[in-house]
Design a protein around this ligand. Structure first.
Ligand code: SF4
Ligand code: SF4
Length: 107
């Protein structure tokens, strides 16, 4: 089956979202690891905290966001490998990421 062509409205929304992301870039600046709360000792929290990490707690899980700017990110241009970026980047939606609540600018 042929792929559906986006309507003008959808194409405009996509362009607006892309522009918002180019100006934001926040999700390309963090690497997240997830810990089971039962294994996440105070010492581990301290270990990450002194490295500037931030924490998002969700049930039994603790999401640790490590400040790590992707080497392909450029302030003025966004992702340098946009067309060939990893699938994980292509599928990512900051609106669905609990660690980006209140940070992601997409609505
Ligand atoms: S945090 Fe949201 S708005 Fe910012 S770049 Fe990522 S997906 Fe786009
Ligand atoms: S490859 Fe591109 S989209 Fe993926 S994290 Fe790096 S700059 Fe962001």
């Amino acid at each position: 089956m042929a792929e559906e062509t986006p309507t003008n409205k959808e194409a405009l929304e996509l362009m607006n979202e892309q522009q918002t992301c180019i100006e934001c870039q926040e999700c390309c600046k963090w690497l997240t690891v997830v810990w089971d709360r039962g294994q996440f000792t105070p010492d581990l929290r301290h270990f990450y905290a002194i490295r500037g990490c931030r924490f998002t707690e969700q049930g039994r899980w603790i999401h640790v966001c490590i400040p790590t700017i992707c080497s392909h990110l450029r302030f003025e241009r966004g992702c340098l490998i946009y067309e060939e970026r990893p699938d994980v980047c292509k599928k990512y939606d900051g609106r669905e990421d609990v660690t980006m609540k209140g940070i992601c600018k997409l609505v």
